[in-house]
Design a protein around this ligand. Structure first.
Ligand SMILES: C[S@@+](CC[C@H](N)C(=O)[O-])C[C@H]1O[C@@H](n2cnc3c(N)ncnc32)[C@H](O)[C@@H]1O
Length: 400
């Protein structure tokens, strides 16, 4: 029987090679041009460490002044694995994160939260649902991408497909299967890998360059223009995180916005149709253009509340309260940071220390929720919270 087993194993390898190379009538270049197509998994002992395989590269692409290569670490994050199709320069940036991935001090990454389950919806394919009640700010998912791909339109479609095919084939089997199980938009088998990448992509910046990021778990979250959750990237941990923006009841669908929900109806619809191939029928979209009146009111109030130096300014705490109220009425709870921050300033400007402190705290929490704890503006709001009376806005409108 041992002979038979060996024969079967050999057959499997041959078949695997065949499958991997079936679409590859292309001239693929490894980083040292004489190497074989598929490096062996000899991590730690290889010249391409920390990657598990020898990177496979395109030719030099003049338009991006670089070649693009497939880099895979099968051991990344306790064997979840990651494949990256990017320039050697960006790969170096990611390599340092991959080598010292902070799962140890951020134990919530790639760990089930037990906060959700997936189920088929009547009209939106699979969706994600809350397995228990969630509060605003609660963590829903926190996962690293399994595929990162340089966002280019330089490669011919079939060539891109081959490289993505390699990137996914080199992932650990379970991770690769999770990728292959994701939704597609165009259902053209010849371009399956990029179909999945397009239908499920989040955008992640690496070294200032946009990359498509595929993260299978949150990929099941459907879109809503008044979403009850929001996603963000923790770039130091290479993690994509989703948090609730308002209370979510058990068994409610968890939704995020694929597009800016502060854009008008027509712009939102066009983006969702062009990029994700569906017509949004969420309650806000069902109101059509009429729903844009609330957005116009938001813009007008924000403008009025930002006009500090205008002596005829009608800015008032009442306007700030109204601005906050519209966001809540429209289900834009995750996008309240500008409203809270303006409220903090206007309360401070009329000498209300209590109001100023209350809204500065909310402004900080809302920025952290939408933009993450590393957001650029946070230090200045924290400074204001420490000493509202020392802030430039204190009594500003009282002094005239
Ligand atoms: C990232 S996937 C979301 C999960 C997907 N429903 C599934 O079955 O895996 C994006 C795709 O889900 C569907 N989708 C997401 N939100 C939708 C919505 N509000 N209405 C209709 N379809 C939606 C679209 O087909 C879209 O291309």
């Amino acid at each position: 029987t041992s002979v038979v087993e060996r024969t079967e194993a050999a057959y499997e390898i041959a078949l695997e090679r065949l499958l991997q190379s079936s679409e590859l009538e292309l001239d693929l270049h490894t980083e040292d041009d004489d190497a074989t197509l598929d490096g062996l998994d000899v991590k730690g002992e290889n010249s391409f460490s920390p990657w598990s395989y020898e990177p496979i590269c395109t030719e030099h692409l003049a338009r991006i002044q670089s070649k693009l290569c497939v880099y895979t670490d099968t051991k990344f994050s306790n064997g979840r694995g990651i494949s990256i199709f990017t320039t050697p320069q960006h790969a170096e940036t990611v390599a340092s994160l991959v080598v010292s991935h902070p799962v140890d001090y951020e134990p919530s990454i790639n760990v089930p939260t037990h906060a959700w389950y997936t189920e088929t919806t009547p009209s939106k394919g699979i969706g994600m649902f809350a397995s228990h009640a969630l509060n605003p700010g609660d963590l829903t998912t926190s996962y690293t991408p399994v595929l990162l791909a340089y966002k280019e339109n330089v490669l011919p479609k079939n060539e891109r497909e081959s490289f993505l095919h390699h990137a996914v084939s080199r992932l650990p089997a379970r991770t690769g299967a999770a990728y292959r199980a994701l939704a597609t938009m165009f259902h053209d088998k010849a371009f399956f890998m990029q179909d999945v990448a397009t239908a499920n992509s989040f955008e992640m910046c690496i070294g200032g360059t946009a990359h498509l990021a595929v993260i299978p778990e949150p990929s099941r979250i459907n879109h809503d223009c008044a979403p009850n959750a929001i996603f963000g990237f923790n770039s130091t941990a290479l993690a994509h995180t989703v948090r609730a923006t308002r209370a979510i009841a058990k068994d409610d669908e968890i939704t995020i916005a694929y597009t800016n929900p502060l854009d008008g109806f027509a712009k939102r619809q066009k983006y969702l149709s062009d990029s994700f191939g569906f017509e949004c029928t969420c309650p806000r979209c069902r109101r059509g253009e009429a729903g844009d009146a609330a957005l116009a009111e938001i813009t007008a109030l924000q403008r009025s509340l930002s006009r500090w130096s205008d002596p005829t300014s009608t800015a008032s705490t009442k306007q700030a309260e109204r601005l906050i109220q519209i966001h809540r009425e429209e289900g834009l709870n995750g996008y309240l940071d500008p409203a809270y921050c303006l409220a903090a300033l206007v309360y401070n400007s009329v000498g209300s220390e209590r109001g100023a402190k209350r809204y500065t705290k909310l402004c900080i929490e809302a920025i952290e929720l939408r933009l993450g704890p590393g957001a650029e503006d946070l230090p200045k709001w924290r400074e204001m919270l420490e000493d509202v009376k020392g802030h430039w806005s204190w009594m500003r409108r009282k002094r005239g």
